[in-house]
Ligand binder design. Structure first.
Ligand SMILES: [Zn+2]
Length: 138
């Protein structure tokens, strides 16, 4: 990566220009964003498929799907995690962006993040079930 020399992102982008930024996106993407299935992908009964749903479907152009009422975004490489180019280049860390539009999706993300951060033996949904009279958090 070119030297940042204490400059802000805006100044760096002007100095680099679009071509150099595109090169950095490609370099960082190749290095950090590819998903390679590992044993963790097949936990929880996902014997024959990746539980993170890789490879993603390759989509040539973004479109609206009226059946699912969703916007399907372009995907040129099914093994890449979804990313933001600015986060990728300037943080130089892998990440996986998802648009969460439902309460169910928010709850699943909250459980995943809580379990990932705490690394506790008891899963968040199990702990919340113990606190709830109805046990309806799971
Ligand atoms: Zn996988």
């Amino acid at each position: 990566m070119p030297d940042r020399d204490g400059k802000c992102v805006h100044d760096i982008l002007i100095e680099w220009g679009a071509d150099m930024f595109a090169t950095e996106i490609k370099k960082c993407g190749e290095m950090l964003q590819h998903h390679h299935c590992q044993p963790v992908c097949h936990k929880y009964g996902n014997v024959d498929r990746c539980r993170f749903l890789f490879p993603h479907e390759v989509v040539d152009a973004s479109y609206f799907d009226p059946e699912s009422n969703a916007i399907v975004l372009v995907c040129r490489d099914g093994t890449m995690n979804y990313f933001n180019p600015y986060i990728l280049v300037f943080c130089q860390h892998n990440h996986d962006l998802k648009c969460i539009l439902s309460g169910k999706g928010v709850k699943a993300a909250m459980f995943y993040i809580s379990d990932y951060i705490t690394k506790m033996d008891v899963k968040t949904c199990e702990m919340l079930s113990l606190l709830s009279c109805s046990g309806s958090f799971a």
